[in-house]
Design a protein around this ligand. Sequence first.
Ligand code: FAD
Ligand code: FES
Length: 275
Amino acid sequence: MSKHCTNPYRPIETTVIDVVTESPTIKTIRLKPSEQITFETGQFIALTIPGIGEAPFTPSSRPSVKDTMDITVMKVGKVTDKIHELKKGDIVGLRGPLGTGYPVDTFKDKEILVVGGGVGLAPLRSLMYALFDRSQEFKKIIFRGGCKTPSDIIYQDEIAGWEKRKDLDLRLTVDVGDKAWKGHVGLVTTILDGIDIDHRNSIGVVCGPPIMMKFATFKLLELGFGDENIYLSMEKNMSCGIGKCGHCRLGIYYCCLDGPVFSYDKIKDFPEIWD
Ligand SMILES: Cc1cc2nc3c(=O)[nH]c(=O)nc-3n(C[C@H](O)[C@H](O)[C@H](O)COP(=O)(O)OP(=O)(O)OC[C@H]3O[C@@H](n4cnc5c(N)ncnc54)[C@H](O)[C@@H]3O)c2cc1C
Ligand code: FES
């Protein structure tokens, strides 16, 4: 929570300063809050559209950038439809940061495999920036991303830049290609085979739709990753975002406080994990 905000339900007035169309269903909105907000990668914020409602999103921007914040939003319903109509200069409300993000400090001296799908690439863009900012601390950084079709790949210009980085091993796949697509075709789990990684000293990070997270996690376990070394971002339905309403319960945890980022060992036995 912002140190200036005494009422945890009071959103901070925030101006939309840019809107980028990433794909037919996904836009990135650049926000400038009227108070500086510092977040850790993997934490989330609650965005209010006046007169419509509030919804949670994970910042997709570089955590070290303090005066603006990007969110990348897939259009799925009432609030997200309105977010897709936002223009430069519009005013929205923002609460946060909320929850617990990726424990990047504990990734030191490890090999890191980041696996993302669809709009799950949004929190991972922020994580990748956080890793790039201190990449000399990690033994290896590997990124594997999957989308339905080539036109569903978000952050295309940025990913083109990532492909040139010497400190990153990057590969993308699509479920269904088109004439222009020269890359791999198949689910993201099909590009996890044959990765050169020491699973005894590795961290796996998985973010995407529940079905993708389930099978990518099982694949990492098959590759030898320990339960405690796989991190998942659990996007359960949320309301208050501060541990009061119980909407986001996952077993003994509240996703809004104890998560959304959890290591797999903490949550693997809860029946609702992949719902
Ligand atoms: C911690 C957290 C971080 C998130 N980060 C992002 C993000 O970075 N980008 C992004 O696009 N979305 C993100 N989401 C999901 C986003 O919050 C929902 O898509 C949004 O609340 C839907 O609101 P709506 O009013 O547009 O849709 P509604 O009209 O409420 O619902 C439309 C459809 O979306 C489904 N839905 C609603 N809420 C969620 C949810 N929390 N998770 C999955 N499906 C949901 C509903 O079941 C329904 O099928 C995040 C969710 C959480 C909990
Ligand atoms: S959203 Fe209310 S307790 Fe987590």
